[in-house]
Each structure stands twice: as structure tokens, then as C-alpha cells.
Design a binder for this molecule. Structure first.
Ligand code: ADP
Ligand code: MG
Length: 335
């Protein structure tokens, strides 16, 4: 990557203290997102995707969470920022959208009031100026009759419209990076595809960088330039989308891709259920986190964490045996 990346994360670790236990939810994640690039972060439920995303915005409670590593967003060192500096960054530099708009939107204020408030928190705008910018924000996400929607409450909108309103709110202050946590997972298939298309269009029109978190490989394929596959709090493989689809190297990636619907996105499409359980985060395996479920694991896999190796430029994999594992034998042993 020649230009300075919009997001650069190095060796990110996130641990939660809970009771007498320490849960290692993120275990050394490194990733970069270029300006105007969409990175999809995929993996099964519990693999640490949301925790990673929240850590990028430093949203975890400082009291019960330990974060290590480096996080740079738009050239700023997130680990060094004060609370007020972080607040100044959330909105104009980096914004977040979630699976459930009702958690992001306040039920007692209209959509317009919420967007206006967000705008005026960061920009020196009069009420009238902010209102006209809020209207523009609703137009941008193609909400029908935006003038009326401005004065609507979240509960007066359909799920798809609420999701558009949340995107409008997130983009109101013109962030450079959008962190999207399963924003289409709760929607019907047709609405889901509309929102994915909208995100892609906005991303291109605004030159946004996006980290798009999903457990749905079909959604990732619709929007991603590059894909990072997460398992047990680590990125086990990352590559450009076409390269990952054509030439997956990690056994876990191969299993995930084996579950991809051939005829596009379908409602309720889920990743395959792999035999065995996800790793116990209170007691991580000594070696590769996927080893207990990997049909090709050896003693080396069980004892030593694999290094991150380059397959080709911009395609990295973390598996001791990536050069030896065949897709065919893997899928056969899984079925
Ligand atoms: N605040 C928290 N305290 C303790 N454990 C947490 C917390 N947030 C998430 N976890 C745990 O961290 C792991 C990763 O969670 P998460 O990142 O939400 O997974 P996903 O990939 O499904 O988004 C899960 O086991 C989850 O229970
Ligand atoms: Mg999640």
C-alpha cells in the first residue's frame, strides 16, 4: 500500500476480566484499510469481529478491558488520544453502524433531531443550516419523502428505512471511515441487498473506507474489495476478494467458502456448522486456535501458533500447512 492507510492496526489484543477469569477475545489482529477501500471482516459468531471493531473506536469500558497494540485511524494514534479527543473523532473521522438501528437511534427524538444534534455537536451550524444538511443526509441514503421522514420517530419507520436513517446519521458529519457491524444481518433478503447496494454506492460517491463485519459470506462478496477471515480472535487469512475466492489457503477459509450459495444472497444463509466448538477464550489452545477443529491438524499445529506468511502480495495466511492442504480432501472430511 503506497498511500498512508486510513486504518492501520498492529497486533491488537483485547482481553476482558470477568469474575476471576480473563477472556482473550482478540489475540493479535493486524490489518490495514486503504482510503476508499472496503474490507470485510468475516467469521463465525464469537470469533471477535465486534470486539475488534469496538476496540478501533475505543468503545470498550476501560475498567474491565485491556487493550494492547497499535491503532491508527486517519493518521491519529487512537491509543494516545484523550476521552475528549476520541469524542471529537467519532463522527467526523470514524462512524459506526450496527445490526440493530433501534440501539443506535434514540426512540424519543425524531430522526431529524438526532441528525441535527450530531451535526451541531461537531460543526458550527445554525439550526436552519443543520436542518438542511440533515435533509441532504436523508436524501443521500434515498429515503422517500425525506422532508416528512425528518420529523418521524424511529418506531414509525420500517426496518429498512431505520437502517437507512442510521446510515444517514453515521454519515452526517462526513466521516472518512465507516465501521459497519452486521448492518444487514437482521433484514429481509430484498432489503438486505438494497442496503448493500446503497452502502457500495455511498462508499464510491464519498470515497469512504469501510470495515464491514459479517458472518454472512454472501454479504461480504457483495461489498468487499478485500476480505479478512477471523477465527478465535485472530485473522487467519486475508486477501483481495477475487484472490480469496479463487485461491483460499487456510482450512477454515476453505470450509467457509464451501458454504457460499452459488446463486447469490439468500435469506438466512449461514456459514456451515463445522464439527466441534469454538475455542474457549478463557483457555486458548497453545497452538493454532483452529487446530482442535481442523481435520488436518498435526502436533505442530497443536503446540505452536503459526506465523503469518505471504502467499502472494496482499494475500496472507496463518497456517503451518497452507502449502499442503487440499480443498477437496478437506471438504470430504468435513461432510
Ligand atoms: N464486554 C465483554 N465482556 C466479556 N466478554 C465479551 C465482551 N464482549 C464480547 N465478549 C466475548 O468476546 C467474544 C467475541 O465476541 P464478539 O466480538 O462479539 O464476536 P462476533 O465475532 O460474533 O462479533 C465472545 O466470546 C464474547 O462473548
Ligand atoms: Mg458481532
Amino acid at each position: 500500500m503506497s498511500e498512508q492507510p486510513m486504518v492501520a492496526v498492529r497486533d491488537l489484543k483485547v482481553r476482558f476480566k470477568r469474575g476471576g477469569q480473563t477472556l482473550s477475545a482478540v489475540n493479535g489482529v493486524s490489518l490495514e484499510v486503504a482510503k476508499g477501500e472496503v474490507l470485510a471482516l468475516i467469521g463465525e459468531s464469537g470469533s471477535g469481529k465486534s470486539v475488534t471493531l469496538r476496540a478501533l473506536m475505543r468503545l470498550h469500558s476501560e475498567r474491565s478491558t485491556r487493550i494492547e497494540g497499535q491503532i491508527e485511524i486517519a493518521g491519529q494514534d487512537l491509543m494516545a488520544l484523550s476521552r475528549s479527543q476520541l469524542q471529537a473523532l467519532r463522527g467526523p473521522v470514524a462512524a459506526m453502524i450496527f445490526q440493530e438501528p433501534l440501539l443506535a437511534l434514540d426512540p424519543v427524538y425524531t430522526i431529524g433531531q438526532q441528525i441535527i444534534e450530531a451535526l451541531r455537536r461537531h460543526l458550527p451550524l445554525s439550526k436552519a443550516e443543520a436542518r438542511s444538511q440533515a435533509l441532504e443526509a436523508l436524501r443521500r441514503v434515498r429515503i422517500p419523502s425525506p422532508e416528512q421522514r425528518l420529523d418521524a420517530y424511529p418506531h414509525e419507520m420500517s426496518g429498512g428505512m431505520r437502517q437507512r436513517a442510521m446510515i444517514a446519521l453515521a454519515l452526517a458529519c462526513q466521516p472518512q471511515i465507516l465501521l459497519a457491524d452486521e448492518p444487514t444481518t437482521a433484514l429481509d433478503a430484498t432489503v438486505q441487498i438494497q442496503i448493500l447496494i446503497l452502502l457500495r454506492e455511498l462508499q464510491q460517491a464519498l470515497g469512504l473506507s469501510i470495515i464491514f463485519v459479517t458472518h454472512d459470506i454472501g454479504a461480504a462478496v457483495e461489498v468487499a474489495d478485500r476480505v479478512a477471515v477471523m477465527y478465535g480472535g485472530r485473522i487467519v487469512e486475508q486477501a483481495r476478494l477475487a484472490e480469496l475466492l479463487d485461491n483460499p489457503q487456510h482450512p477454515y477459509t476453505k470450509v467457509l467458502l464451501g458454504t457460499r450459495p452459488k446463486d447469490g444472497l439468500r435469506k438466512g444463509e449461514r456459514m456451515i456448522s463445522i464439527p466441534g466448538a469454538p475455542p474457549d477464550l478463557a483457555n486458548l489452545p497453545a497452538g493454532c486456535t483452529f487446530a482442535p477443529r481442523c481435520p488436518q491438524a498435526t502436533d505442530l499445529c497443536r503446540s505452536t501458533v503459526p506465523a503469518i506468511e505471504s502467499v502472494i502480495a496482499d494475500h496472507r495466511v496463518s497456517c503451518h500447512h497452507w502449502q499442503h492442504v487440499s480443498v477437496q480432501s478437506l471438504c470430504e472430511s468435513m461432510s
